[in-house]
Ligand binder design. Structure first.
Ligand SMILES: O=C(O)COP(=O)(O)O
Ligand SMILES: [Mg+2]
Length: 229
């Protein structure tokens, strides 16, 4: 176990660690209802996730009749309030996620989260699911300041720093995750079961996994590529 190739594994949150789809759809449709707009289905909303709540709602307005700044200003705070109050109603870990985190922890790997969710929402969700002690840090889309969310390298670099430094890999479900990893010089793994807005093969990840059972073996293989003897 001592020769596991990574000291740190970072994870995206929505669509990677946790299936947050039902509560994100709930929040979006709550806002659309206030706006008098038609509601959107899960598949539509999932393509809008990955770049933060504001981006999700902007896309939802566009898809339901057109973007409108005054409307946005009125319903965005309502979306955030609703989501804060319902953040863990239906959101659950993807199958095998807990076991994969256990397997990494048993190998001495330090775990972190880098999400484009607001930090306070990510912290609340992870705590309500009883997962907070598993992660050394949670970096949100706002943690590093405006304009420094993924795909910026900064949040990943900060996650690595807070995890004590060392060799890191990053696991995610969107192009913002694979780009952030590339920008930070970290190998990336894409999960094919996430909230994909494009085919997983087009995310430019160094490896793709179809379930959490594949995570540790994929990291071991990546380590061979990344760390020639
Ligand atoms: O809230 C979002 O849009 C994205 O969150 P994620 O970075 O955890 O996928
Ligand atoms: Mg995601």
């Amino acid at each position: 176990m001592a020769d596991f190739p990574f000291d740190i594994v970072g994870f995206d949150l929505d669509g990677t660690l946790i299936d947050t789809s039902a509560d994100l759809v709930g929040a979006t449709n709550h806002a659309l209802e206030l706006a008098g707009r038609p509601l959107l289905d899960r598949a539509a909303v999932m393509t809008m996730v990955g770049r933060g709540a504001r981006h999700m709602l902007e896309q939802a307005l566009e898809a339901s009749g057109g973007y409108d700044e005054a409307l946005m200003a009125r319903i965005y705070p309502a979306l955030l309030d609703w989501y804060r109050d319902h953040v863990s109603d239906h959101s659950r870990p993807f199958p095998g996620m807990i076991e994969a985190l256990d397997a990494l922890a048993a190998r001495g790997v330090v775990l972190g989260i880098v999400t484009n969710k607001f930090e306070y929402l990510a912290v609340k969700l992870i705590a309500e699911l009883g997962l907070d002690r598993r992660f050394a840090t949670i970096i949100g889309g706002d943690t590093m300041g405006k304009g420094n969310a993924k795909p910026s390298a900064l949040p990943l670099r900060e996650m690595i720093r807070r995890c004590g430094g060392g060799r890191a890999a990053f696991v995610g479900d969107s192009i913002f995750d694979t780009l952030a990893a590339r920008n930070a010089g970290v190998p990336s793994i894409a999960v094919s079961f996430g909230f994909l807005s494009q085919p997983v093969a087009e995310l430019g990840a160094d490896a793709v996994i179809d379930s959490y059972a594949e995570l540790v073996p994929a990291l071991e293989r990546l380590g061979v590529v990344e760390l020639p003897a």
